[in-house]
Design a protein around this ligand. Structure first.
Ligand SMILES: C[S@@+](CC[C@H](N)C(=O)[O-])C[C@H]1O[C@@H](n2cnc3c(N)ncnc32)[C@H](O)[C@@H]1O
Length: 304
């Protein structure tokens, strides 16, 4: 035979259709297929396969059958594992969600909306407050990652080696991989002034809508009233527009809460309001998401 085991070369009937497998088997057994006599139709007549070759062929067929059995068993085992442990499917789903979140964040980087946490007031906080601020940044970032329509986030005046910098690294796993911009610069150096809206609970202006062309600034502060009007004064000195959340426009003071009412929220709560509003365009839904019962405000229909 002039080489090869191609079909149609006068193979015995029992080999017909298995020629490729047989050739492959021979190659793997390091026997040149051209060196093998395959019987009927071969040059020289009816010469049968040598006993040696037949033995090797049977051995190879056994190997192939064992491999097929092993593959079938593996498939059955992994099917059973998936049925018993849906966590695997969840992990795969988790990867898909992470890539969707990344895609949405990068879209927000290109087309807004943008939110900036102003860390230029660190000197007004104690170590404990700074640590709480780092946790609030983590919560805010997590909520933004899960959001259907996220914001692109900036941390400004975020000085390497500062206490807030160290606390962010210490308290927030994977902080270095957060998808956001961090800079030592001020928002004044990054954005046109007429695009900036400083959100402050003490503003006279009410935030009515979120504009993807604006940049909303949150004061990086953890305090209720000690530094009252600190961000309002800062924004006024910088001649910036300011706005407060429309809490008193949509909510009423709850009578049940120890007579304590505050419109000052933590930055992650403000973010929950902004994010829910940006997705739903409903202030009642947004305020319900961010204004906790402890603030002493409820929606009117919640008052009995
Ligand atoms: C805990 S508050 C700090 C309050 C602080 N006394 C001040 O002068 O801003 C943290 C930040 O969340 C934002 N914030 C909190 N409540 C707000 C509200 N009702 N409206 C708008 N922004 C608010 C502000 O940016 C504020 O600086």
């Amino acid at each position: 035979m002039a080489g090869g085991c191609g079909a149609g070369g006068g193979l015995p009937a029992e080999l017909d259709g298995e020629a490729d497998v047989f050739c492959e088997a021979l190659r793997l057994l390091r026997i040149e297929p051209s060196a093998v006599s395959l019987g009927a139709g071969q040059e020289g007549g009816e010469a049968p396969c040598s006993r040696n070759v037949l033995r090797k062929r049977r051995r190879w067929e056994r190997v192939l059958a064992a491999r097929r059995r092993k593959r079938t068993q593996e498939r059955e085992r992994s099917r059973a594992r998936r049925a018993e442990n849906p966590g695997t499917a969840i992990r795969n789903g988790g990867r898909a969600l992470a890539s969707l979140a990344k895609e949405r964040l990068l879209q927000a980087r290109d087309s807004g909306p943008r939110l900036c946490i102003d860390l230029g007031m660190a000197a007004h906080m104690t170590e404990k407050e700074t640590s709480r601020l780092a946790s609030q940044i983590r919560r805010l970032y997590g909520a933004n990652r899960r959001a259907e329509k996220p914001f692109w986030l900036y941390l400004t005046e975020f000085a390497e080696g500062s206490l807030i910098y160290r606390e962010c690294l210490r308290m927030n796993d994977g902080f270095c991989n957060y998808l956001m911009d961090t800079t030592q610069e001020s928002y004044l150096d990054l954005f046109p002034l007429d695009a900036v809206v400083y959100l402050t609970p003490d503003s006279e202006n009410v935030l009515e809508d979120i504009d993807a062309n604006k940049v909303y600034i949150l004061g990086g502060l953890v305090d209720e009233s000690i530094h009252k009007k600190l961000t309002l004064q800062r924004a006024q000195e910088q001649a910036l527009q300011t706005a407060r959340l429309p809490i008193r426009e949509y909510m009423v003071k709850s009578t049940s809460s120890r007579n304590y009412h505050s419109e000052t929220l933590a930055i992650n709560q403000v973010f929950d309001v902004l994010s829910t509003y940006y997705t739903t365009r409903s202030w009642p839904a947004a305020l319900t998401a961010g204004v906790s019962a402890g603030k002493g405000y409820v929606l009117p229909d919640a008052v009995k």
